[in-house]
Ligand binder design. Structure first.
Ligand code: IPM
Ligand code: MG
Length: 360
């Protein structure tokens, strides 16, 4: 059956990297029989410029109708002074909550070809393969009340609310246990249960759910220690599951272990496996339009889409193998360049991946 994919390039380098991922999708459709129909819409700053909102209703409706969404990135200097409700990031957050994409999967995998690109010693990161499962539609990102108020004294006060219901914790824990069952069978739940009641409950519910999954080894770690352990001995982790904000921070940290944030895809899933797929990195306005951005994270996001929503594991493998082959061939964008390799641009990287897919 024909599946609908909504393409949301967004801002900055989003345009260029998504174009290369679309090249991969076109190849899958034309040469490998993938039955997909692509549609494109605006989100983020570019949507704000045209419609006065970072998430036009039409975009949200198209996203709801689609089977999967492929997103580039949002944000840029020119929108930084806007009211927080109109900022490009609100477009992304609105999609996440509007589509109930509560489970964010952020793999951090080190490709052996890039071991030199990590800032950590090769022996610390060799063969690294971590999956961070980040709760994405709750916690302090969405908790009410929130705002900036003026006190009787005339002083202003900013406030946000960290809140998780038992059912929100339970459903994300299930995702983590299910993923761990297909990998190394270990889950580390990250919290701050020594200070925050909300995450005391988080830990309690994780322990309860853990009892339902006796084949999975469950451990717990405070977030400050988890940050330290990620750079000290990252290979101790298999699956990490954590709150929205802790996951935001730890996934950037984990990404850098792999050398470049330009390599890492992500999936944001709802209860039924519908998903939005996007690179972990941002819109990098400083290099936008220069054909230097690395499109691999977005291309690997297509692979995750094939695996998690379109149920095409073989095609997912084909895309991932093609990326490996291109790296083996020594082709590198600027962010992963090292001496002796061949530096190429965004579009050449896309072409090279497609050529490798066809060769296999
Ligand atoms: C991410 C980003 C977003 C987040 C921003 C752009 C709103 O940092 O996807 O990690 O904080 O979730
Ligand atoms: Mg982030």
């Amino acid at each position: 059956m024909q599946k609908k994919i909504l393409i949301l390039p967004g801002d900055g380098i989003g345009q260029e990297i998504v174009a290369e991922a679309v090249r991969v999708l076109d190849c899958l459709r034309d040469d490998f029989g993938l039955q997909v129909e692509l549609e494109t819409a605006l989100v983020g700053g570019t949507a704000y410029d045209k419609y006065g909102t970072p998430l036009p209703e039409a975009t949200l409706q198209l996203a709801k109708q689609a089977d999967a969404v492929l997103l580039g990135a949002v944000g840029g200097y020119q929108w930084e002074s806007l009211d927080i409700a109109l900022r490009p990031e609100k477009g992304l957050l609105g999609l996440r909550s509007g589509l109930n994409l509560f489970a964010n999967l952020r793999p951090a995998i080190l490709y052996p070809q890039l071991a030199d690109a990590s800032t950590l010693k090769p022996e610390i990161v060799a063969d690294l393969d971590i999956m961070i499962v980040r709760e994405l539609t709750g916690g302090i990102y969405f908790g009410q009340p929130r705002g900036i108020r003026t006190l009787d004294t005339g002083e202003r006060e900013g406030f946000n609310t960290l809140v998780y219901s038992e059912s929100e914790i339970r459903r994300i824990s299930k995702v983590a246990f299910d993923i761990a069952a297909k990998r190394g069978k270990r889950v580390c739940s990250v919290d701050k249960a020594n200070v925050l009641e909300c995450t005391e409950l988080w830990r309690e519910v994780m322990i309860e759910e853990g009892r339902q999954h006796p084949d999975i080894e469950l451990s717990h770690m405070y977030v400050d220690n988890a940050a330290m352990q990620l750079v000290r001995a990252p290979k101790q982790f298999d699956v990490m599951v954590t709150t929205n904000m802790f996951g935001d921070i730890l996934s950037d940290c984990a990404a850098m272990l792999t050398g470049s944030i330009g390599m890492l895809p992500s999936a944001s899933l709802d209860e039924n496996g519908k998903g939005m797929y996007e690179p972990i990195h941002g819109s990098a306005p400083d290099i936008a339009g220069q054909n230097v951005a690395n499109p691999i994270a977005t291309i690997l996001s297509v692979a995750m889409m094939l695996r998690y929503t379109l149920n095409e594991p073989d095609l997912a493998g084909r895309v991932e193998d093609a990326v490996r082959e291109v790296l083996d061939d020594g082709l590198r964008t600027a962010d992963i360049y090292s001496e002796g390799m061949k530096q190429i641009g965004t579009d050449e990287m896309g072409h090279a991946v497609v050529a490798a897919m066809r060769r296999r």
